[in-house]
Design a protein around this ligand. Structure first.
Ligand code: DGT
Ligand code: CA
Ligand code: ZN
Length: 593
């Protein structure tokens, strides 16, 4: 995949065709407009359009040729005209005008966390800094520290952020890849002659980020399948193609590899290409100790040379004296030993969740009403939700004040009257303010069924300060859970300075639950932390943090993270039935699991 801005920094334009490239140009234009200080609605509209383009499952170039761009949501006449210009000429005049005014590498600086358009423009105008290398130098030699309003601490943070940028990966988020991977697999299953079609690799293990999609299939007509891949609507170009394997790239820049394999070896190959590499290495070592050799071509008995081909993965594991290991556990983190001893966990499944305790409504920044969110949850088979809107000092006009919370409670009661067999718990996502105090008084908290607290500000504080805020929050008897405990945004923002061991210990001591926030950009707690929490008997909650009905579906990513963390239904508070949950919430929070 092209790196952002790559095509501009190299100093010339190449003919542009893919969605990714078109989206990049629109996004770059939006960034320059923001830098220039134009009306914010104009660049926000461009950003939205850029997102549509990059996420589109079809060729934007073709739509432009057909003159149907404006049928796409968020793309109006003006933006359509820009796209048509890009498609026709490979360039955009408006963008070139901006580049007369600002050096191209200036916007690249905004990739440094904490450097927004204002800072970028400031260091350029005041210090002549126009790229990341110069920014780094200016942060080191004290010139940034000398700018009024920036200072030592800013310079330090800029240096830290530049370091992080250097190691940042180009891996994609599971939540961006999985829906596409599943659609491709589903379309391939419908090709005549296809038998098994399964996503393997990190996608099957539900790893939080993914490099590419590996698909393993069996078919009576392998060539029909490899041929079909190249004709899928989401495929932009074919990298290689042969009778049993091929490799393609989607319009969004995602690489997809397909291997069609013999039925008799399907288990061996699926096992091999599911990985992880570390799991496979450990498996191979175990096999050697048993006089066996495991590979993608079968399980060989070393002494006799006899090769056992396996049509299923279960056979592979069984030949090694192991129970079937779910893909999410295949990371060489104790799963082989547990499988040998019959002690694999009974992993949680999506169907085990009875409700969702963190979601937003139009009382704060959500898009739907309490009732609409309740109905959407009911529709997905849940028995309850906790309505947890943001509180007053979140810098949003519509955060809950004690008075608005009271009004909201009345609406919740009304919805509960209207909906038979479904319970709306009164909750809130109470902000832990920078000084450590909670954003609602205890009196308000005591009127709620379930209080979640989260940190949304002061991300750059020292560890001791962050930990003090979290500790104070967990010691509050009304606080039931910590939302997205580390604040990380995968590939975008590092966690705040937290000591997870201490959070887990305090959560265990106070009976405070820790959230696995299911949004695929958060997955916070992550798999490793979730497992540590479970081992310390800390209750978990798996929530969507939905801001509109369809966001409820991200729970699958939270469940996947939990499964990767060896989590079982009994470890998770919101697997309790409504009546069990009601009972638990009447009791003080210690000793609830
Ligand atoms: P990623 O980076 O998100 O694509 O992660 P994976 O796990 O999908 O890695 P990938 O696509 O490079 O390879 C797919 C699987 O193939 C991997 O999980 C295990 C297997 N594999 C690949 N290379 C090796 C290797 O060098 N040794 C062993 N034992 N297995 C390998
Ligand atoms: Ca892969
Ligand atoms: Zn939230």
């Amino acid at each position: 995949m092209l790196k952002r801005h790559e095509i501009f920094i190299s100093g010339y334009y190449q003919p542009v065709a893919t969605n990714t490239e078109i989206a990049q140009i629109l996004e770059t234009l939006a960034e320059l407009m923001e830098l220039d200080g134009v009306n914010k609605f104009r660049f926000i509209a461009l950003q939205k359009a850029a997102r549509r383009v990059s996420e589109a499952g079809f060729s934007i170039t073709e739509r432009a040729a057909a003159g149907t761009l404006t049928d796409i949501p968020d793309i109006g006449e003006k933006i359509a005209a820009k796209i048509e210009e890009i498609v026709a000429t490979g360039r955009l005049g408006e963008l070139e005008e901006y580049f007369q005014k600002y050096p191209p590498a200036l916007i690249e600086m905004e990739r440094v966390q904490g450097v927004g358009p204002r800072t970028a423009r400031r260091v350029w105008e005041d210090l002549g800094v126009s790229n990341i290398a110069e920014l780094e130098a200016a942060a080191r030699d004290g010139s940034i520290a000398g700018l009024p309003g920036l200072g030592e601490k800013s310079a330090e943070n800029i240096l830290k952020a530049i370091e992080r940028l250097k190691v940042r990966s180009d891996r994609l988020l599971l939540g961006e890849v999985l829906p596409v991977a599943e659609e491709i697999a589903e379309r391939l299953r419908r090709v005549p002659g296809a038998r098994n079609v399964t996503c393997a690799g990190s996608v099957r293990r539900m790893k939080e980020t993914v490099k590419d999609v590996d698909i393993i299939a069996t078919a009576t007509d392998p060539e029909a399948l490899t041929g079909a891949v190249g004709r899928l609507p989401m495929v932009a170009d074919i990298i290689t193609s042969g009778p049993t394997k091929c490799s393609v790239r989607t319009h969004a820049g995602l690489q997809v590899d397909l291997r069609v394999v013999p039925d008799s070896l399907y288990g061996n190959l699926l096992q091999h290409f599911t990985g992880s590499k570390e799991h496979n290495i450990a498996l191979r070592e175990l096999a050697i100790s048993m006089g066996l050799k495991v590979s993608e071509y079968g399980v060989e008995e070393t002494a006799s040379g006899k090769v056992n081909e396996c049509a299923t993965e279960a056979e592979v594991y069984s030949l090694l004296g192991l129970a079937y290991i779910p893909p999410e556990l295949r990371e060489d983190s104790g799963e082989l030993k547990a499988a040998a001893e019959g002690r694999l966990p009974h992993l949680i499944e999506t169907g085990d969740l009875k409700g969702d305790l963190h979601l937003h409504t139009d009382w704060s920044d959500g898009r739907a009403s309490i009732k609409e969110m309740a109905l959407a949850a009911l529709d997905r088979g849940y028995s309850y939700i906790g309505v947890s809107d943001h509180t007053q000092s979140m810098g949003m006009v519509r955060g809950l004040t004690p008075k608005r919370l009271e009004e909201q409670l009345a609406e919740i009661a009304q919805v509960n009257d209207e909906l038979e067999g479904f319970r709306v718990f009164a909750s809130a996502e109470v902000d832990v303010r920078s000084d450590g105090s909670l954003d609602l008084p205890d009196e308000s908290l005591s009127s709620l069924d379930f209080v979640t607290v989260s940190i949304h500000s002061g991300f750059n504080q020292e560890k001791s300060q962050i930990m003090e805020r979290l500790r104070a929050a967990m010691e509050n008897p009304f606080v039931r859970a910590i939302g997205h405990p580390t604040g990380r945004l995968i590939n975008r923002r590092e966690p705040y300075e937290v000591d997870m061991e201490e959070i887990i210990a305090t959560a265990a001591r106070t009976g405070t639950a820790l959230e696995i926030n299911s949004h695929f950009q958060r997955l916070d707690l992550n798999d490793i932390h979730a497992r540590a929490a479970k081992n310390a008997s800390v209750p978990l909650v798996i929530n969507s943090d939905a801001h509109r009905p369809e966001h409820l579906d991200v729970l699958r990513y939270g469940i996947a993270t939990a499964r990767r963390g060896w989590i079982e239904p009994a470890d998770v508070l919101n697997t309790l039935s409504t009546s069990a949950m009601e009972k638990v919430l009447l009791k003080p929070k210690t000793g609830i699991l």
